[in-house]
Write a protein that binds this ligand. Sequence first.
Ligand code: SF4
Length: 221
Amino acid sequence: MANLIDIYHKLLEHFGEQGWWPAETEFEVIVGAILTQASSWTNVEKAIENLKSEGLLSPEALLQASEEKLRRLIKPVGYYNAKTLKLKRFVEFLHENYEGDLDKLFDRDTEKLRLELLSVWGIGQETADSIILYAANKPTFVIDAYTKRIMSRLGLVNEDTTYSDLKKFFELQLPGDLEIYKEFHALLVELGKNYCKTKPLCGKCPIRDICAEWKSSSKRN
Ligand code: SF4
């Protein structure tokens, strides 16, 4: 059976280091993690540029900004009404519980931090884990739709595996290394975007030699 570390090294060799998350500050990571829910990264970049040009990429500035203004600035990402509220709920939470100070929030241990983030309206497991990994710099594995699809096609998990079980699957097999967690998630996204698409391009995939889906489709053809 394929081993996760081998997969990681093969992907790293093929795609090179990804250096995620593309952001200048921890707060920008958080804003990006909320805005990217069900949106392409290209559109998130446009929304972040809009917020940046209005000086709104800080917890205090977002807290003071009107919802109407935020809706206009983040419009490129779609679902902008809901996402405006999600951004607002996060900065209100930070202001009320941590005096608006991200360092104080990130001082919590990983499990407590995760529970606190999940208690904020609009922050689900993938967003919480992205914030913990890429903004708080603590090792927690991020699961997304690409990861689930790839692992299931490789034959390593069932299609209906839950977020928590898949997260455990990674964390039990990998060393608890922050940089590996950061890179591996980014590499799986690259694989999903470039090869393991809805209709997979297996012939060029860098991990096809260890993939159950590829082996069974090769036998059929
Ligand atoms: S070989 Fe095909 S199905 Fe398997 S991981 Fe690669 S692209 Fe996905």
